[in-house]
Design a protein around this ligand. Structure first.
Ligand SMILES: Nc1ncnc2c1ncn2[C@@H]1O[C@H](COP(=O)(O)OP(=O)(O)OP(=O)(O)O)[C@@H](O)[C@H]1O
Length: 628
């Protein structure tokens, strides 16, 4: 044993190497020991199964494993044999058997114990420095990754990005995220290179991943416990697993989503630090996966709802005008052009808007409707364009208007002919600039809305009268669709009547009756002032008020009492024409409300009006129009 001088020099060298973050550190250790102790060769060996592994050597070309190393390991103390000196030392990453430092022919004496302590401390310090740097880098990277993941709603792409980040951060060959499909008792792993669809499916209890998913405990395997690795999986992927680290993937609520697996650490084996690092990584990954799965689920539900809504929109009819109209709708639906729909009340203008919307690329975005006649002029602008807080007395909160709410979708502007001049000017600006400014605000907000305008008025006549802006008219009527009144649709009346009757009878749980020849005649000769809405309403009544297997003309007598037919006999209304007309309207509305058993919406339908229009009308006539 000798002075501490050479070891002091060694200590200085090693501390400097730790400070520099020298890599690979074991190489620096071997060289420093050789120089400090004047040895001809120094190496560090690890007893790894099935063979020893050389961790470092000086000179680097030294490959010989001296017998002394095995002896020292077995004896658990420094051993000298055949010119070699071997000292067992603990390995810094907690390796099971420790490592062995071998020196050939050191020229100075030294304390083997002190040397071992010095090398062990230096290697531990170097590893800690390395791990700290790695942890900091990993944390910084994790934060930015989780921000990026938060935006993702495509699970497959997200898993691939996570795997790519994990292989980089944990310095391994591959990473796979297994999602637990409980219903099928399977684990579905992605990405799985070389597999069809880049996906690997395993039974839920297979191999290391299966054990992690079932137990919730992380598992790490190395070459030494190769029997834990499922070789069947290796066979199917054509890839050999040497070391593996797998941790559970648990959602924030605790639900087990699957497992995160890393394969084949590139240098050495997966360390404790890798285990805690991957657990941290998996916690953030689980949040992003759970989010993406939720979004996918919502998208699936939305698609189903849109499909359901779209399948309920049908423009029925075999009249040539209707068949041509369906074609036009199909042709212009995706062209994003403004469409003007003309037609009497109840002819299906809203059905046209719905058909355009559901056949366009906008089908997943909202379809909204505003009845421009039903809203007081002062409120219409706020309804369409929104308002800022304090814009007017009642504006306690800022609110988005229909244009903002329909962004990406379609907005039906019903009864556009009744829009005020102020509203028309603002609307023109939205159509031209594709931006809205809320009432009382200054910020211009971009909107992408397809406008479908509808009216039962002669809009070009309104333009001639100076009541509708010409420039707006031309903006709105890029495509004009004109709906014929029901009385001009020939046998479509019967087709539609049978369709509505069948539906209402189905709801009522009865078999749909047939129409007698006289009833059909009555249906086709009636004037239908309320058009299809009136017909639909009549069929609702027939379905509920009759039980016969055949509907005769008598059952349809109600249509004789419609407003366009003379009631016959003397009217019990007196006074001047204007007041008499009002009185008639009051009584007629009352009768409709009574027939609808107080349901104003149903009464409005039977009168061929929108509910809000009926309220307005009742208000004008001085009737009690308290809303339901
Ligand atoms: N061709 C059609 N096939 C099936 N149903 C139709 C058809 N046209 C209209 N309808 C139905 O008739 C009723 C009235 O149609 P819609 O509300 O579209 O008319 P409108 O012209 O917009 O009425 P208003 O001018 O009063 O706003 C709705 O229940 C609608 O589903």
């Amino acid at each position: 044993m000798m002075t501490t001088q050479p070891l002091a020099k060694l200590a200085v060298d090693l501390i400097a190497a730790v400070g520099e973050g020298a890599q690979p550190f074991d190489g620096r250790v071997a060289a420093a020991v050789r120089d400090a102790l004047g040895a001809s060769a120094v190496a560090l060996w690890r007893p790894a199964a099935p063979e020893w592994r050389r961790l470092a050597a000086a000179p680097a070309t030294l490959v010989e494993l001296p017998e002394a190393a095995a002896e020292a390991l077995d004896a658990e103390r420094p051993t000298e044999l055949a010119g070699w000196f071997a000292i067992p030392i603990a390995s810094p990453d907690g390796g099971r058997q420790g490592d062995v430092l071998v020196l050939r022919a050191p020229t100075v004496k030294f304390s083997a114990e002190d040397l071992a302590t010095l090398v062990e401390s230096a290697r531990t310090a170097a590893l800690a420095t390395l791990q700290d740097a790695g942890r900091t880098e990993r944390l910084a990277e994790l934060v930015s990754l989780s921000l990026e993941w938060g935006e993702s709603s495509d699970t497959a792409a997200l898993l691939e990005r996570m795997a790519e980040a994990a292989t980089r951060l944990f310095d391994c060959d591959r990473a796979t995220i297994f999602l637990w499909k409980r219903s099928a008792a399977q684990l579905v792993g992605r990405p799985a290179l070389g597999m069809p669809d880049n996906q690997l499916t395993l039974p839920e209890d297979a191999g290391v991943v299966g054990r992690v998913v079932q137990s919730g405990e992380p598992l790490r395997t190395s070459l030494r416990d190769a029997e834990m690795v499922d070789r069947a999986t290796d066979k199917s992927t054509g890839y050999r697993t040497d070391s593996l680290l797998c941790v559970p993937l648990d959602a924030p609520g605790g639900e087990r989503l699957g497992a995160f697996e890393l394969i084949n650490k590139r240098t050495g084996e997966f360390s404790d630090d890798d285990v805690s690092g991957l657990l941290e990584f998996a916690r953030l990954a689980a949040v992003a996966v759970a989010n993406a799965q939720q979004v996918e689920e919502l998208v699936r539900e939305r698609d189903a709802l849109v499909e359901q809504a779209a399948s309920g929109v049908r423009m029925l009819g075999e009249a040539p005008a209707i068949a041509a109209l369906r074609k036009t709708i199909q042709r212009v639906a995706d062209a994003d052009l403004a469409v003007l729909v003309l037609g009497e009340n109840g002819t299906g203008k809203e059905v046209v808007a719905q058909s355009l919307h559901f056949q366009s690329r906008r089908r997943n975005a909202p379809l909204l409707a505003v009845n421009c006649a039903a809203i007081a002029e002062s409120l219409l602008e706020s309804e369409l364009f929104g308002h800022e807080r304090g814009a007017f007395t009642d504006a306690r909160e800022s609110r988005a208007g229909k244009f903002e709410l329909a962004d990406g979708g379609t907005l039906l502007l019903d009864e556009i002919g009744d829009m005020s001049p102020g509203g028309q000017a603002k609307l023109l600006r939205v159509l031209e600039d594709k931006t809205v400014v809320r009432v009382g605000g200054a910020e211009e907000r971009k909107v992408d809305v397809r406008v479908v305008a509808a009216t039962n008025r002669d809009l070009s006549e309104r333009v001639r009268e100076g009541k509708f802006r010409e420039d707006l008219f031309y903006r709105l009527c890029v495509v004009t669709i004109e709906l014929p009144p029901l009385r001009d649709r020939g046998d479509d009346v019967i087709l539609l009547a049978e369709h509505f009757l069948k539906n209402f009878c189905q709801t009522r749980g009865r078999k749909a009756p047939k129409f007698s020849a006289a009833a059909k005649r009555k249906l086709t000769t009636h004037n239908w002032p309320g058009n299809i809405r009136e017909l639909r309403n009549l069929m609702e009544r027939v379905a509920y008020l009759t039980d016969e297997a055949t509907i005769d003309a008598d059952e349809l007598s109600i249509i004789d009492r419609g407003p366009t037919r003379g009631a016959g006999g003397e009217l019990a209304i007196e006074g001047e024409l204007t007041e008499a007309t009002y009185e008639f309207q009051r009584r007629y509305i009352n009768q409709a409300v009574e027939r609808a058993r107080g349901n104003v919406a149903a009464a409005a339908r039977s009168l061929g009006l929108h509910r809000s229009n009926l309220y307005r009308k009742m208000g004008q006539l001085g009737m009690d129009s308290e809303k339901e």
